[in-house]
Every structure is written in C-alpha cells, then in structure tokens.
Design a protein around this ligand. Structure first.
Ligand code: SAH
Length: 502
C-alpha cells in the first residue's frame, strides 16, 4: 500500500472536494499543503497530524519546488501517511507530475487523487460551459505564465489563433495584454468573447465578460488580479444566461454567525447556500453540567408531571442523553403532554418518536403561556428542562397562572474565551455586512469579546436579531437590530437577511 497521496483539493468551494480526498485528509499523519487549497479542509486532520505549509502566493515562495520535493521524499521515508494537498487537480499546472517523478526516483509508492480543476469549475460557476456544440469542438488548458521578455513562447499561438477551441488560461492575468495580442495577431477576431473569473466557486467569486480587443484594458480598470481563470471563445457569451451562482442573493456578503458551534451548522449551511461569506464566531459553547443527580431524580419521578415543556433543541438532546444513560427511553413519557417552543425543538422530539401536543405559533415565552393556558395547564405540574441560566418569563408566567412549575437545568451555556481580533480585522477590511444574533446570550457574549465602542465605529454593519427579546438585549447596548424576522426561527432570520438585500 502506498503511503503518499498527491491529492487535489478542488477549486475552493469545500463541496468540490472528492470523497477520496476527504478520506485521506482525515487519516493522514502528515499534511503538506499549498496556498490555493482551501485551508478550511485542515480542520478534518487528526489532532496529532503534522501540518506543513509550503504554499506560494504570487512570486513569494515559501519553499522552492526542489525543497518541496525533498521534503515530501524525506517525510515519505518515515513510512507515515502523507497527504500532499494541492489546489484544483494535482496534475493540472500543479507540478504534481514533478513531485511524482521525484517519488518514483526515490523508490516511494504513491497514489493520485484527481481534483476538480479551476479551469473547468470556475467557468461553470460563472455560467460558462467550456464546451458547447454550438460554439466549439475542443477545449485547451494553457499556462498564461510565460515570461514576456523571453524571446520564444512555448505556446503555439498560431494554432490557438486559428482554431475555434475554447481556450482556458491559468496564471494569466499579469500577461493578459500579451495573450490577447498574440491571439488577435494569429487570427482570432477582435470581438471574440473573453471572460475572467476570479476566486471561482468561492463566495468572493467575481467575473466579467469582454472581448479580445478590450479585455486587457477592462481588467486593468477593474483591478482584476490573480487567482483568475481566463476563458476565450464563443462559450463566454452564455455567461449571462447560465450564471446560476452569481445570481445567489447573498453572494459575497460577509455574515458573522455568533451561535454556539454545536448549533451553528444549520444557519451556516443556509447562509452558504445563499452565497454568503460566513465568519463563524461562536460566542457561547453548550456544555454538560458538572452533576446530573438532580436530572436523574426528576426523570425517575417523571410520572408526577402532567406537562413537559422543551424550550430548545439542546434541552431535548441533553434530557434524552440522561434518559438513555440510566437505561430509559421515550416510553417514560407515557400519556404525559409535551410542548415544544419552536419548530426545531419539535423536530428534535419527533426524531425521538414524540409528537408534541403543543407548538406555539410565535416562539416567545409570552405566547407559549397563552397557548398552554388554552390547553388547560392551570393547576397542573409542569417540568421545564432547559439551560441553567435562561429567561424566567415562561416559568414565572406559568406560576402566575397557577401551575406547579419545576425548572430542570440539563445543560449550560458558557462564554467562549476567544479573541475578537479576527472579527475586528474583518470589520476593518470592510468584509462584514451583517452580524447575526440568535439569543440574548450571543449578544452579551459578543460584546464581551468585541466591545460596543469598537462596533460603533462601523455604522454600516447591520445587526440581525432572531426576535424581539434578542433585539431588546441589543438595545441595552445601544444598538438597534435593523433586521428581525416575523417568524422567530433560523430560516426566518435568513429570509429576513435575503429580503434586506432586496
Ligand atoms: N492545480 C490547479 C491550478 C494551479 S495553477 C488547478 O487544477 O486548478 C494556479 C492558477 O489556477 C491560478 O493562477 C489561477 O489561474 C487558477 N486558479 C486556481 N484556483 C482558482 C479559482 N478558485 N478561481 C480562479 N482561478 C483559479
């Protein structure tokens, strides 16, 4: 079995990584990666994995290629599993071939995991199919990185100039004037469509379509830089018609997610699906309690209660964890009535075989009390499993209505101790347009990490709150939530952000 893998990381969108590549990233002992490979993938490495960066950014070489080759060979001799991760495909302008040769010479076995190359993916995300029967019968992948002062070009411009092939140039932005001129000098019409796609497949993708005659000037005017793919040919005229990705409502918008990492994935996925550049900045973490004796006692005496009210997904998860720990399951609820404060909490219950008897229309405590009273909760015993620290409105209102309420902490939320420097730097860069708050504690903890006076320096950044209670907490810090959904849920919040972009 080979222990070295030359792996393609795809063009940047994490979804464009192959299953095989993910498997190798997750199991390798040593990771040697480049600049363009999306650094997000590194979170899948084992904690003990040795991670080495050998990337190049522009002309700034961290390690020259011969040293990279030596490093791979040296590390490979240890017998450990090595993932040599490269942007796009390792054998398309990635010098993977040279690394392979080095390994063969050193007698080391290796495997190749092809990746989706930027020359196919970036055009596809910009609405440009690299082949189309109406326009071309072939496609060429060409390096645009040639020294213009070098007398002779390695590229056969006469062939490219005269064919109707779609031409895809890598590393060509700096040489765009030379490329366009060579093609026109060799017979390509001056009005041939040309497209440039920068940071293809990522949330910060940008593109434009021009003609051979004008493209160099336009790229300069737009300050278009690497990494970009240049596409030449009639297929570029399909850009407007087929531009599915660039139509996403939140493309390029920077959104901060302050939810606990354990709970954030739903929100993060919907935002990314809409094209947003998500900055994960968890301000709270959801943790076990130190002691579950009280929970165990409550579970063993559950028959005392007529109602159990779950106020969060975590409440359900942590309650069931304890239930299962003591060898019990959903049957313990018997004929008891069960309420869920929101649709996500209700889904969590359904996943455990419980159809909630009550889910309010509006997901704030005040409405829950009203609805429960209609169902005759007065005078009954109500158990509320929830976070250790939470709003007291629900238990208090139920008590006022004559219920016997027991609040049962099953988990706790803590302030995540991290620095706010990265977010402040992103704010300074103008990379952030929205900050989302999904509970009062995300607001309070956010301002522990990024002081209110710092945030005040960025009046254009909009604050989005999940509902009136969270908005009120924001007001307490002197900020107004300019976005608040009618429906106090995560999908509601994202919908309100999309509406705001109009
Ligand atoms: N092996 C890589 C290419 C490496 S050469 C692959 O198969 O994709 C580096 C060049 O690839 C960049 O200069 C740029 O032209 C192109 N490139 C890589 N990622 C890109 C992206 N996300 N968007 C546009 N161009 C990209």
């Amino acid at each position: 079995m080979a222990n070295v893998f030359l792996v393609g990381a795809g063009p940047g969108d994490p979804g464009m990584l192959t299953l095989r590549a993910k498997e190798i990233i997750e199991t390798c002992d040593i990771m040697i990666y480049d600049y363009l490979a999306n650094a997000d993938f590194l979170k899948w490495c084992k904690p003990e994995c040795e991670i080495l960066y050998v990337g190049k950014k522009g002309g700034d070489h961290t390690l020259p290629q011969d040293k990279i080759n030596e490093l791979i060979v040296e590390k490979a001799k240890s017998g450990k599993t090595i993932c040599r991760l490269k942007g796009g495909d390792p054998y398309v302008f990635g010098r993977g071939g040279e690394e392979g040769e080095e390994l063969v010479e050193a007698g080391i076995d290796f495997e190749v995991v092809p990746g989706i190359t930027a020359g196919v993916a970036a055009p596809a995300y910009a609405g440009i199919p690299v082949t189309h029967r109406d326009f071309t019968t072939s496609v060429c992948f060409i390096t645009g990185h040639e020294d213009p002062t070098k007398g002779e070009s390695g590229n056969n411009w006469a062939v490219y100039g005269q064919s109707n092939s779609t031409l895809v140039f890598y590393m060509g932005v700096g040489n765009l004037p030379m490329i366009a001129k060579n093609l026109m000098d060799n017979g390509r019409a001056a009005d041939t469509p040309v497209a440039l796609v920068r940071w293809g497949t990522r949330c910060n993708q940008e593109s434009f379509v021009s003609t051979l005659e004008n493209v160099a000037e336009e790229a300069k005017a737009r300050n278009f830089k690497a990494p970009s793919i240049i596409i030449v040919g009639g297929v570029c005229s399909l850009h407007d018609k087929l531009a599915w990705f660039e139509k996403k409502p939140m493309l390029g918008k920077g959104v901060v997610v302050t939810r606990a990492r354990e709970q954030a994935s739903g929100l993060v996925d919907i935002l990314r699906g809409h094209g947003a550049c998500v900055h994960e900045f968890p301000t709270i973490s959801v943790d076990h309690l130190d002691d579950y004796n009280e929970v165990e006692t409550a579970i063993l005496q559950l028959a005392r209660y007529q109602w159990v009210v779950f106020t969060s997904v975590n409440g359900v998860k942590f309650f069931w964890e304890q239930l299962n720990t003591i060898g019990l399951d959903s049957r313990i609820f018997g004929g008891m009535q069960i309420a869920a404060i929101g649709p996500a909490t209700a889904d969590e219950l359904r996943a455990r075989g419980i159809m909630p008897d009550f889910v309010p229309e509006k997901y704030v405590a005040e409405h829950v009390v009203e609805g429960l009273l209609k169902l005759g909760v007065q005078g009954q015993d109500v158990l509320i499993p929830r976070a250790r620290v939470a709003r007291e409105v629900l238990p208090e209102e139920l008590k006022k209505a004559g219920c016997n309420v027991t609040v049962l902490p099953v988990y706790e939320t803590r302030l995540v101790q991290q620095s706010g420097d990265e977010i402040v730097a992103a704010l300074d860069n103008g990379d952030i347009q929205y900050i989302t708050f999904t509970s009062s504690s995300t607001v309070e903890n956010f301002f522990e990490l990024v002081p209110a006076y710092t945030l005040r320096k960025y009046p254009d950044v909009k604050l989005a709150s999940i509902g009136p209670v969270t908005s009120k907490t924001l007001s307490g810090f002197g900020f107004t939530a300019s976005i608040e959904p009618e429906d106090y849920t995560i999908p509601g919040l994202v919908g309100a952000l999309v509406d705001d972009l109009g």
